[in-house]
Design a binder for this molecule. Structure first.
Ligand code: NDP
Ligand code: HEM
Length: 487
């Protein structure tokens, strides 16, 4: 009997045959070698050899849990999305992550945090794959692989390279806003529960009449913002490299379910036309004074996964997953991501990754994709209806799900995305929110991170900080001068 009083299950091979002995290999004699016909041994060793899959190319270290999104406000005039209707309750799963570290990296490192949400809506999966910051380092997807290379290991030293990071940032003024957030207090949250989540991009909502508005989506922590200083984090990492897993898993096991308030900012198509900056530029926020956040719901996490690998490692998010009533926007980073994620999953998890239990929609799925490795799910349609159009009652398109058309205009070209943009005003507004102690920590965090960086790179970056605010540049300079050369 098990400790729960149920009969102990019988150990079997993967083919279901009961196993008589799981302690001793099959050998020729008491002291002799193992026989190759010991299938149990071969199966165990072969399975172990296949226990690892490629880690995510970014955001490899993560922590996740299940929960529910409850809609308490009313934006039904803006969207027909079932998941956003008043009173809707939608099951979901969240995965939080750091960006640069590998799977075994310590949790308490200064880095942007991923904040990825999959909502199992009645009309398909909606994935909101955001971060704990509302902006990003680059605004053109062509620059994403270059940026990520600077965050990962140097090809020769196999070490992280502050020189590469600051070289790239100092040559990319559009990164200033995100860099300022990363090195501010919020760049090192104490746990996934103590940070906000931002959809970051502009998305769209559309209603039954076919009217579209642009939106930004925010999840504001109800646990309060809490962060570590670099020194505190060093001390934590000395004790545990798994602080986030312990905190999130532990809180949910203890019944302390974390919550976030869902807010949206809304911009009409006319307001977007008149906006003084490009509202689809991912390095910019929409100021609250002009686009006030509207509270519409609450997200709560209340269940830990039973199997980390099956439910969190095999979890696959993609910004391409939107549902009726929710759409994309002209944000070109978003377009890059619409391609990149499903492509990554086919490589990391396989062709049929969306049929895995954790990714599987909780609504009927009918498509005409056919075979491939691990085509393990049941036949979805009448077996004669395996192409389209057909005369065998196979699944048909439904025009009522069509997104309203979006007009695009202008000549095709590779336009300089830095031309005429203001990369300084919004970081300046952020800098203006910090008190003197926060500013001092910002300067010191930056200076420590610049240790060993060649002078010309550090000076180029300081010139950018100076353009944000003279005190910012001067503060970083002073912090660099104050660095202890011994460390
Ligand atoms: P507001 O004063 O209305 O909003 C300021 C926002 O800054 C609040 O949402 C606050 O978050 C957030 N904030 C405070 N400290 C930090 C930090 N260390 N790192 C990141 N965010 C922080 O001003 P505006 O809307 O005009 O924005 C001013 C600046 O605030 C922006 O340039 C941007 O840098 C930053 N910001 C703006 C956001 C937006 O969507 N408008 C969102 C997040 C940041 P909270 O409410 O959780 O305290
Ligand atoms: C993960 C690409 C920008 C948030 C990933 C992965 C890829 C990728 C390939 C790994 C996916 C996997 O294997 O499961 C890109 C590209 C970008 C981009 C090409 C820009 C062009 C962004 C931005 C955000 C973001 C702007 C946030 C606003 C995330 C998160 C994950 C992730 C949270 C982890 C998801 C999870 O928990 O599984 N990205 N990314 N990325 N990305 Fe991006």
């Amino acid at each position: 009997m098990t400790t729960k009083g149920t009969p102990t299950p019988r150990l079997t091979t993967t083919a279901g045959a009961p196993v008589a002995d799981n302690q001793n290999s099959l050998t020729a004699g008491v002291r002799g070698p193992v026989l190759i016909q010991d299938w149990q041994l071969i199966e165990k060793l072969a399975h172990q050899n296949r226990e690892r899959i490629p880690e995510r190319v970014v955001h490899a270290k993560g922590w996740g849990a299940y929960g529910t999104l409850r809609i308490t406000g009313d934006i039904s005039h803006l969207t027909c999305a079932a998941v956003l209707q008043p009173g809707a309750e939608t099951p979901m799963i969240a995965r939080f992550s750091t960006v640069a570290g590998e799977m075994g990296a310590a949790d308490h490192e200064r880095d942007v945090r991923g904040f990825a949400l999959k909502f199992y809506t009645a009309e398909g999966n909606w994935d909101l794959v955001g971060n704990n910051t509302p902006v990003f380092f680059v605004r053109d997807p062509l620059k994403f692989p270059d940026f990520i290379h600077t965050q990962k290991r140097h090809p020769r030293t196999n070490l992280r390279s502050p020189t590469a990071m600051w070289d790239f940032w100092s040559l990319s003024p559009e990164s200033l806003h995100q860099v300022t957030m990363l090195f501010s207090d919020r760049g090192l949250p104490v746990s996934p529960m103590h940070m906000n989540g931002y959809g970051s991009h502009a998305y769209s909502l559309w209603n039954e009449k076919g009217t579209r508005v642009w939106v930004k989506v925010h999840f504001k922590t109800r646990q309060g913002h809490r962060h570590h200083t670099d020194a505190e984090a060093q001390e934590v990492v000395g004790r545990t490299r798994e602080g986030y897993q312990e905190a999130l898993f532990g809180a949910i096991e203890a019944g302390e379910f974390p919550r976030w308030t869902l807010q949206v900012q809304v911009m009409t198509e006319d307001q977007a036309e008149a906006c003084p900056f490009n509202p689809f530029d991912l390095t910019k926020v929409w100021p609250h004074a002009d686009f006030p956040p509207i509270e519409i719901g609450v997200l709560e996490l209340d269940r830990n996964p039973d199997n980390y690998f099956a439910e969190i490692e095999q979890l696959a998010f993609s910004p391409s997953n939107v549902v009726r009533g929710i759409g994309h926007s002209p944000d070109r980073m978003l377009q890059g991501r619409i391609f990149a994620y499903a492509d990554a999953h086919r490589y990391r998890l396989g062709t049929h990754y969306e049929a895995l239990p954790v990714n599987r929609p909780r609504c009927p799925v009918h498509h005409y994709h056919k075979d491939g490795a691990m085509r393990f799910f049941e036949t979805l349609t009448d077996p004669d209806a395996y192409y389209e159009p057909n005369s065998f009652d196979g699944p048909r398109q439904d025009a009522s799900f069509a997104e309203p058309p979006l007009g695009l205009q202008g000549p095709t070209g590779r336009f300089d995305h830095r031309d005429g943009t203001d990369d300084f005003s919004q970081p300046r507004a952020l800098f203006g929110l910090f008190d003197e102690e926060q500013k001092a920590r910002l300067y010191a965090n930056i200076a420590r991170s610049m240790r060993g960086v060649p002078d010309e790179i550090a000076e180029r970056q300081v010139r950018l900080f100076q353009q944000v605010h003279p005190n910012f540049g001067a503060g970083v300079c002073a912090a660099l001068d104050a660095l202890d050369p011994q460390f």
